[in-house]
Design a binder for this molecule. Structure first.
Ligand SMILES: [Zn+2]
Length: 271
């Protein structure tokens, strides 16, 4: 599933080729995504110029003057740019044709993604309004995380994965950041000290930044490529390593389920 680093890499891959281009046609071949692609979307988008591509959480926002085109990749979605598009394959659902002659093609076998029209102010849109701060923004800091966790009965890991607290920290990155910060994922969020939360903020940032940096080598895959999107294999410390020896101390990595998700941790390095 595309996580924040993959979405950010998609943004960086497409931005230099799409920004400044005018949309000359939008072909919706199958509108049955997570929410139906609005019938009115092509009429609104055609003639608009893509000022830039922003990202909020895992949503891409194509800025088109006063409005935005929102794209979510769901579980299996990908967005590629073709200078001369090949014949459509199964699951190629939407083509956005640019005045440069290139085509942005949305492909999504499981159709859990979305393409919606978002009027300004986009931050007030129901999908975006209740989102917490971006993990790589200055708003996500130790004081903030300390403040929002004081009354939380929940454990620190589900708190970290709650998009109202901070966006874009998926299961892999929550597991890895907590290991790097030395915090047991099952600890009640409100019992974690400000100092340790500061360490956690730093580790969330560096874990995501490392993954985005790995994605840098796949940027070319977003243009003229039908290859699989780059899913970034970090050298995980705990994620997917239940029962294996900790890379730091050699203890067996433990696994539990929290809020329906697999949690892995080292019983010695994380307390
Ligand atoms: Zn260990």
């Amino acid at each position: 599933m595309p996580e924040l680093p993959e979405v950010e890499t998609t943004r960086r891959g497409l931005q230099p080729h799409a920004a400044g281009c005018r949309i000359v046609a939008v072909h919706v071949y199958d509108r049955r995504l997570r929410w139906p692609v609005p019938d009115s979307l092509p009429g609104k988008a055609v003639g608009r110029t893509i000022d830039r591509i922003d990202r909020r959480s895992k949503y891409l926002l194509f800025r088109l003057g006063d409005d935005s085109l929102l794209v979510h990749l769901g579980m299996t979605g990908s967005l590629r740019l073709w200078n001369s598009p090949p014949p459509r394959r199964p699951h190629d659902h939407i083509d956005i044709v640019l005045d440069s002659g290139a085509t942005l093609r949305y492909h999504d076998p499981r159709r859990f993604g979305a393409m919606l029209w978002v009027p300004e102010p986009s931050a007030a849109h129901p999908l975006l309004a209740s989102l917490g701060p971006e993990p790589l923004s200055p708003a996500f800091d130790a004081d903030y995380l300390w403040r929002v966790t004081r009354r939380r009965m929940a454990a620190i890991k589900p708190a970290l994965m709650d998009s109202r607290v901070v966006v874009g920290v998926g299961n892999i990155y929550a597991n890895e950041s907590l290991f790097r910060a030395g915090i047991r994922p099952t600890t009640a969020a409100r019992r974690v000290s400000r100092r340790r939360l500061g360490r956690l903020v730093d580790e969330v940032r560096s874990t995501l930044t490392d993954a985005i940096a790995k994605g840098g080598s796949t940027l070319r895959d977003y243009v003229d490529s039908s290859g699989k999107p780059g899913y970034f294999q970090l050298d995980y410390f705990v994620y997917g390593r239940a029962g294996l020896p900790c890379r730091v101390c050699g203890s067996a990595i433990k696994s539990v389920r929290q809020a329906g998700r697999a949690t892995s941790y080292c019983p010695r390095c994380q307390d």
